[in-house]
Design a protein around this ligand. Structure first.
Ligand SMILES: [Zn+2]
Length: 347
């Protein structure tokens, strides 16, 4: 998650359903503008949400058409989105509204499981990986119980993790036993540096059980401090060479020069979420080239990120078919142990 929020937020009295909340944000003039740079957050309402003509009557909903636009090449590629966020139904409207207001962004779906499923159908996403963030250690167990019940053929849950969890080894063992492939850590929201030695038992247990450590990396839109710098991740990789690590936002949001210096070519996966509009296509391609397309994972950060825009931009760039294939799904399938046949065979 790039910008705050957790499954624990309590709903405000009278919180409405997703589409009506989104419509009310539009009517209240929620700005998609962000600090500095281009306007990366084009509002995209999937047809499944926008189809209620009453709710959205008279509102300009840019980007709606892009989600349905597929050419033959696009439709033939399965897509695995490694980085999405959902919330329990009773919390989703408030959680999404809180994050979007704090960050000045518009969501691309309503933050519920059913909303994600609809979004995936319309955008032709084969698998979505859910990445929950725990604000407090005390939330970890309950969030993980919730995500563990979500998994099916199309939704792949990662677990929440927190640096203050008293017995991380026990939770790692529990997650491994129920087949959760990894966990999310957010150094900015959880206030820790990825290379702190107190986390060594957690990382060692994850490596031992083959669980993937998925990190927010670099700046966060809403926070000034930066704990998750490329240099700290490089030290983590030095100390835990057996740990499988994924870094969101191409290794460090707004720290891509440092990513080139400290992480490019290292044995670590980088996800593409929230990157292209800020980094630009040329520097993005250079970073992929320097790091290796076999270690890049497609991620949208939905509902915060604009998946259709990112996909369109990636497809328009000059990547070879093989590299595009690797980025959009093959690397993720390999990492998650998903058989390619299951993804390539039409259902
Ligand atoms: Zn995220």
């Amino acid at each position: 998650m790039l910008c705050g929020g957790s499954a624990s937020r309590k709903p405000a009295a009278g919180a409405g359903e997703g589409p009506s909340v989104i419509a009310s944000w539009l009517r209240s003039g929620l700005s998609p503008q962000r600090r500095g740079g281009p306007t990366p957050f084009s509002l995209l309402i999937p047809p499944c949400v926008a189809q209620d003509a009453t709710l959205f009557a008279g509102l300009h909903v840019p980007g709606q058409a892009t989600i349905a636009a597929h050419d033959a090449r696009e439709a033939s590629l399965p897509i695995i989105d490694m980085h999405t966020h959902i919330f329990p139904d009773r919390l989703a409207a408030t959680a999404v509204a809180t994050v979007c207001r704090a960050c000045g962004i518009a969501p691309c779906f309503d933050g519920t499981l059913s909303g994600l499923r609809s979004f995936m159908r319309h955008a032709d996403i084969a698998r979505s990986v859910v990445q929950p963030v725990a604000s407090k250690a005390s939330q970890v167990r309950s969030i993980n119980d919730w995500v563990a019940a979500l998994g099916d053929d199309s939704i792949i849950p990662f677990a929440a993790m927190h640096p203050d969890l008293p017995d991380p080894t026990a939770e790692i063992e529990r997650l491994a036993a129920i087949g959760i492939p990894g966990f999310k850590l957010h150094p900015e929201y959880q206030g820790f540096s990825p290379d702190e030695t107190r986390l060594d038992p957690l990382y060692a247990a994850a490596a031992r059980h083959g669980l993937i450590a998925y990190f927010h990396a670099g700046e966060d839109i809403a926070l000034p401090a930066v704990h998750s710098t490329p240099e700290t991740f490089a030290r983590l990789l030095d100390r835990h060479p057996d740990l499988t690590v994924v870094l969101a936002h191409m290794g460090g949001w707004r720290q891509w020069g440092e990513v080139q210096r400290h992480l490019a070519g290292r044995d670590v996966y980088l996800d593409t979420s929230f990157t292209l509009p800020y980094l630009g296509e040329e520097r993005f391609a250079e970073l992929v080239e320097a790091h290796g397309a076999h270690r890049i994972l497609f991620g949208s950060d939905a509902p915060w990120g604009d998946l259709s825009r990112d996909l369109a931009q990636l497809r328009a760039m000059t990547f070879s078919e093989r590299d595009l294939d690797a980025i959009l799904w093959r690397n993720a399938a390999r990492l998650l142990g998903l058989p390619a046949e299951a993804l390539l065979t039409p259902e």
